[in-house]
Design a protein around this ligand. Structure first.
Ligand SMILES: C[S@@+](CC[C@H](N)C(=O)[O-])C[C@H]1O[C@@H](n2cnc3c(N)ncnc32)[C@H](O)[C@@H]1O
Length: 252
């Protein structure tokens, strides 16, 4: 690990990245292949797809947004991984119109279930895209994190609204169409026929801490990253995480 201070942006991705990287390493060892086939559903501009390609894997990104796919292509080229990243316009609910069923060692579905009409179908498709013993990386907005954030911002009625709203929304102005509890997400994964390998709470503190504390205090980003890593696996903190990550393992 480098001694350089880590950028603030890493607070959003560090926990998921470590879990994902481990899962890919395990899959590479198990298959004896250094280059895995990875599908990133709703992969957008490549926040995960490009770093995964930099590990040496082949990544297919399916996303409905032409603008995101254009930005992805440019980013992959800038990072020297253009030949390992392909962007395809498509929808996780119509996944097999554009990609092969059962063709991937790992499928990512990060920040997408919030926006789809039928999250259960989205997860089923992601699972069906996997080879036997493949890994699913599922990341979605956590209900409790939103309740806590609204309450700490003084929006108590909105916080209570999110708590009782079936979609976990705090009101009409909420930009996120749907949020999930850890139980709901793991339920979707098991209903799709997968084993739950691990659940992690993501951004438990990062979005609540005033930016000035993180930006001005020497070593604060590193210390906060370590704290986030320490609580990520503790079920008691899943209830208040901004996002929840579920690692699923398909039966062999
Ligand atoms: C919050 S962004 C997440 C992007 C990326 N996965 C990441 O983690 O940085 C949501 C992405 O989901 C895509 N999206 C929205 N609805 C979708 C659908 N039905 N199927 C697949 N992708 C979808 C959007 O175009 C956008 O790129």
């Amino acid at each position: 690990m480098s001694d350089q201070p880590r950028p603030r942006a890493s607070l959003r991705t560090a926990v998921v990245w470590e879990v994902l990287k481990d899962a890919l390493d395990r899959r590479a060892k198990a298959t004896g292949r250094d280059t895995l086939d990875v599908l990133d559903t709703g992969g957008g501009t490549g926040n995960f797809a490009v770093p995964v390609a930099r590990l040496g894997h082949r990544v297919t990104v399916v996303d409905p947004s032409p603008n995101a796919l254009f930005a992805l292509e440019r980013r992959a080229a800038e990072d020297g991984v253009a030949e390992r990243v392909s962007g395809v316009q498509g929808d996780v609910l119509g996944l097999f119109d554009v990609v092969e069923r059962g063709g991937y060692d790992a499928v990512l579905c990060h920040g997408v279930l919030e926006y789809v009409d039928d999250p259960a179908e989205g997860v089923r498709n992601a699972v069906d895209a996997l080879r036997p013993a493949g890994a699913l990386s599922l990341l979605a907005a956590g209900l409790g994190g939103a309740v806590l954030a609204r309450a700490l911002a003084g929006h108590f009625t909105e916080a209570r609204h999110a708590l009782s709203d079936p979609a976990g929304r705090w009101g009409d102005g909420d930009p996120v169409p749907r949020r999930f509890s850890a139980e709901q997400l793991t339920g979707l994964v098991t209903a799709a026929g997968m084993e739950v390998g691990a659940v992690h709470g993501v951004r438990v503190f990062a979005d609540l801490v005033p930016g000035v504390l993180v930006d001005t205090e020497p070593g604060a980003v590193d210390a906060l990253l370590k704290l986030e890593a320490a609580v990520a696996e503790l079920p008691s903190f899943h209830a208040v995480a901004t996002q929840l990550h579920v690692l699923g393992e398909k039966r062999a």
